[in-house]
Design a protein around this ligand. Structure first.
Ligand SMILES: Nc1ncnc2c1ncn2[C@@H]1O[C@H](COP(=O)(O)OP(=O)(O)O)[C@@H](O)[C@H]1O
Ligand SMILES: [Mg+2]
Length: 478
């Protein structure tokens, strides 16, 4: 089979590697000379992957049997539609259905309209003044976001108990609203500002292949969006991810998994009703297990996650069965088959990421591959380019270091050993705490507490209610 992958990062490297393992001839349409793709693919073509015509030109010459679009911006730009118009078979959501990721407003409205479980209260705005008025009147705990998917930029979560520092909190919220507009993070949408209720809990990603009717869920993965240990620092595109030995994470129950799966299923049906188009590609739910609503949707991806793909691909035994199902238009009867191993992936990023990517660009990366291989880990290349046989940082997340073992803690030990074999003339950083026993125990406690409070609320009919205690007035529910 001639297999073409569209995208430039660690996610595409991992997909290409699995395709090669299945005996496919793999070709890449990519924006950078990613060393992982160069090593794995038969041919690597430098193409503007947001330009449907350019990707079609390459596919027209190559005539691949199957094209897998890895990158969300290509989907938003309508590259899958352009390829389908030319008669190609494509794994990737159409422009209209990829709105489930591109516009968090579309996603929230869809869930609201169809009364789907897992939704949050929200409002979108098309200018700073309107959003500021809402902040003055409401002033609760909120997440303020660019409505458009902005690659991990621009989300601010603000806890505000209304009792003290009210004016300061309001000012911070308004400043953030202005930043979203002034930094043009949400430019191509009519309603660029999204304000939604803040929830607390543990996050996880459920990635699924779907032909629009049948769904093949993959292993659940936990990503770590904050830049630094102890979940502090700015939000990033994800600093590392873990998966358990079975298909679920150790801190989630079968019921949590089932509810999350049903939410994805309901969203696929609702997208069809709303857009008139079947969802064909990958749909991934980024969830939070919350004490207020149970499994709750934070956002959807219209593709596989990054780094979550790297946890999945090396473990997925029947990638070819899924690919061929998609090629034939039906996933009926197909289940994902994984090795029974836990996995850890850690991102190595240059200092400067995520807020000052320019200073993190162009630094040489030294890797002792023999030593890394001896640790049993594997390096996937993200924002790295090759020039004259040397590897350089591109400014964003550079490497994704992966290992599998009988437990998450053991996999982490392998990954840490491998990372000690990577150096640069520039400062590199990664999160040492991901995959440690201490962090796993903390997640267990957080998940148990969230479930306990949720049950307490359930028994008393308090699901989704905000409960405040105001001195002199007592308990109020809103
Ligand atoms: N409603 C919310 N309540 C609490 N935290 C949130 C909420 N929405 C987002 N977050 C936090 O902010 C992060 C980024 O938000 P998300 O909507 O996933 O945007 P992005 O597209 O930047 O990934 C989430 O991973 C989560 O940690
Ligand atoms: Mg996110």
């Amino acid at each position: 089979m001639k297999f073409m992958i569209v995208g430039s990062g660690g996610r595409e490297h991992a997909i290409a590697e699995n395709a090669k393992k299945c005996g496919y001839d793999v070709y890449a349409a990519t924006e950078i000379r990613n060393p992982g793709l160069l090593e794995t693919c038969k041919e690597v073509h430098l193409v503007d992957i947001l330009n449907g015509e350019a990707v079609c030109r390459m596919a027209g010459k190559l005539r691949p049997d199957l094209i897998f679009i890895g990158s969300e911006e290509s989907l938003f730009a309508g590259v899958s539609d352009a390829l389908r118009r030319e008669g190609h078979t494509v794994i990737g959501a159409s422009k209209a259905t990829a709105d489930i990721e591109k516009s968090k407003g579309f996603m929230r409205r869809l869930m609201e309209k169809h009364g789907l479980y897992g939704r949050l209260r929200f409002k979108t705005f098309n200018n700073i003044e309107e959003a500021s008025r809402y902040i003055d009147e409401y002033a609760g705990s909120v997440a303020i976001k660019p409505t458009r998917q902005a690659g991990g930029k621009g989300v601010k979560v603000i806890a505000d108990l209304q009792a003290y520092l009210k004016d300061e909190k309001s000012a911070a919220k308004k400043r953030h609203v202005s930043d979203i507009v002034n930094q043009k993070l949400s430019q191509d949408l009519e309603d660029p500002i999204l304000i939604e209720e803040r929830v607390e809990g543990i996050e996880y990603t459920l990635q699924c292949f779907t032909d629009g009717k049948n769904i093949v869920p993959l292993k659940v993965v936990e990503d770590h969006p904050h830049a630094f240990v102890e979940d502090i620092g700015p939000e990033t595109g994800g600093m590392g991810s873990i998966s358990g030995v079975g298909n679920n994470l150790p801190f989630l129950t079968d019921k949590d998994f089932k509810i999350s799966y049903e939410i994805v299923e309901n969203v696929i049906k609702a997208i069809k009703k709303e857009t008139g188009e079947s969802y064909f590609g990958v749909l991934s739910g980024q969830f939070m297990l919350t004490d207020k609503w149970g499994p709750t949707v934070i956002e959807f991806y219209s593709r596989l996650g990054d780094p979550e793909t790297v946890n999945i691909m090396p473990q997925l035994q029947n990638f070819d069965e899924i690919m061929e199902g998609m090629q034939n238009g039906s996933l009926k009867g197909i289940k994902a088959d994984f090795e029974r191993k836990a996995t850890v992936v850690k991102v190595v990023a240059p200092k400067g990421y995520p807020n000052e990517r320019d200073i993190g660009k162009g630094h040489i990366l030294n890797m002792d591959m023999d030593k890394i291989n001896k640790t049993g880990s594997k390096v996937y290349f993200g924002s790295v380019y090759e020039d004259d046989g040397k590897y350089y940082t591109g400014g964003s997340r550079a490497l994704e270091v992966y290992a599998a073992a009988d437990s998450i803690v053991e996999a982490n030990e392998k990954v840490e050993k491998a990372i000690s074999c990577i150096s640069s003339d520039w400062k590199l950083f990664h999160r040492k705490d991901i995959g440690t026993k201490a962090l796993l125990e903390k997640r267990m406690d957080q998940a148990n507490l969230a479930r306990d409070i949720f049950h307490y609320r359930e028994e008393r009919g308090l699901i989704g209610k905000n409960i405040d205690w105001i001195p002199g007035i007592g308990r109020i529910e809103t």
